[in-house]
Design a protein around this ligand. Structure first.
Ligand code: SAH
Ligand code: SF4
Length: 384
């Protein structure tokens, strides 16, 4: 068994961004293959260089042009004069007693977001943010109490996964899927990915490219609070696994927990899920359900959940509510959660109870960013 420290480990090493504001060189990260070709052509480079660079950037994880041994020295120097291969800067890296790692990342304009890796026995799921904050205001989610600052760019989204790979030293891309420490991406960090659709699609296409990070679409899950008109578009553009933040079985309760429900109520949401590619066959859609004491956790709620989801090829993730300072809810008791899970299981749906991970470093579902806001008041982060 891997050694785990008994206390959470906190590493605070403020660093200047890899790609500072005064650096006019263009970043090559986050461009589509075609855009990369175009940018290189404008710099007078041949089209085949795009393929070489793509492999260096996303397969080997190289950030230094001088390491690109199949490119002539003079060309490497030209590249370094005009371009950079950058990463979001790591403000802090925290390690939980349970092995979870969380990075607070700072982007070139000073905005910050968090990324988490959740290691399990046979996989590592990197929980990636799509926005700084969130425009939605789900009442049980701490991210929802923070205003949206902006959407993240494709480079900032895929860059989060690359930072995680740097941290684990997992370059070049492992050829055998089973040996990967960082094997999955879950778009479950801060923000609503379907309100930043184009950038999320661009980033995930880069992550899925088999000459680079090479993650299969089966190892990517996108979670949405229920932006119904965009759900078919996820199927068309990406065909990744879908997770839906359901959290309630009546519109009355869901309106209160996930206010986007007022726009797209449960029936419309479930219709879009039933039509998602593969949803009726082999692929199951995951419905996330945070267990909130006295709000959505009765036996009747569990039975209604079974009734609603039976027509869809679905599985339910029961998430014990993760508290945050001032939260207006409490987590259901263990007994209640297990009774609820039993009813859902007996109804024929798989309903694992998700053990909260990384609670000691505020890395669990719905807790992101809160630590950084609090941290900022407590410590002075060296400005760049
Ligand atoms: N914005 C997207 C994805 C990010 S949230 C979405 O809402 O789906 C990832 C999951 O954590 C969502 O299901 C969210 O509803 C849930 N969540 C948010 N706050 C939580 C909390 N305090 N405890 C447990 N789960 C929470
Ligand atoms: Fe935004 Fe998702 Fe939190 Fe709702 S649960 S506020 S959509 S991050």
């Amino acid at each position: 068994m891997a050694f785990l420290p008994t206390e959470p480990l906190q590493i605070l090493e403020p660093q200047p961004p890899a790609h500072g504001r005064n650096d006019l060189r263009r970043s090559l990260v986050g461009l589509s293959r075609d855009d990369l070709k175009q940018v290189l052509a404008e710099a007078g480079l041949e089209p085949f260089r795009a393929r070489q660079l793509w492999q260096w950037i996303y397969w080997h994880g190289v950030t230094d042009f001088s390491l690109m041994t199949n490119i002539a020295k003079k060309t490497r120097e030209q590249l370094a004069e005009r371009f950079v291969i950058d990463r979001p800067a790591i403000v802090t890296e925290q390690r939980s007693v349970d092995g979870t790692r969380k990075w607070l990342l700072r982007f070139a304009d000073g905005n910050e977001a968090e990324t988490v890796n959740i290691p399990e026995e046979d996989r590592g799921s990197v929980c990636v943010s799509s926005q700084v904050g969130c425009t939605l205001t789900c009442s049980f989610c701490h991210t929802g109490t923070q205003p949206l600052v902006r959407n993240l760019s494709p480079a900032e989204i895929v860059g989060q996964f690359m930072v995680a790979r740097d941290s684990y030293g997992e370059w070049p891309t492992p050829t055998a899927d089973a040996t990967r420490m960082l094997s999955n991406i879950v778009m479950m960090g801060m923000g609503e990915p379907l309100y930043n659709f184009d950038n999320v699609v661009a980033a995930l296409k880069i992550a899925m490219d088999d000459q680079g990070i090479a993650l299969s679409r089966r190892r990517i899950t996108l979670s949405t609070s229920g932006v119904v008109p965009m759900i078919p578009k996820v199927g068309e553009a990406l065909d990744v696994n879908l997770a839906v933040s359901l959290h309630a079985v009546t519109d009355e309760v869901r309106d209160m927990l996930v206010p986007i429900n007022k726009k797209w109520p449960i029936a419309e949401l479930l219709k879009a899920c039933a039509d998602y590619p593969g949803a009726r066959n082999s692929r199951r859609i995951t419905f996330e359900y945070a267990m909130l004491k006295g709000i959505n956790d009765s036996d009747a709620d569990a039975r209604e959940l079974v009734r609603l989801l039976t027509p869809i090829h679905a599985k339910v993730n029961l998430i014990p509510f993760n508290p945050w300072p001032g939260a207006p809810y409490e987590c259901s008791s263990n007994n209640r959660i297990h009774r609820f899970a039993e009813i859902v299981n007996d109804g024929g749906l798989s309903a694992p109870v998700r053990t909260p991970r990384g609670r000691d470093i505020q890395a669990a579902c719905g807790q992101l960013k809160s630590a950084s806001l609090r941290g900022r008041r407590e410590k002075v982060v060296t400005p760049e």
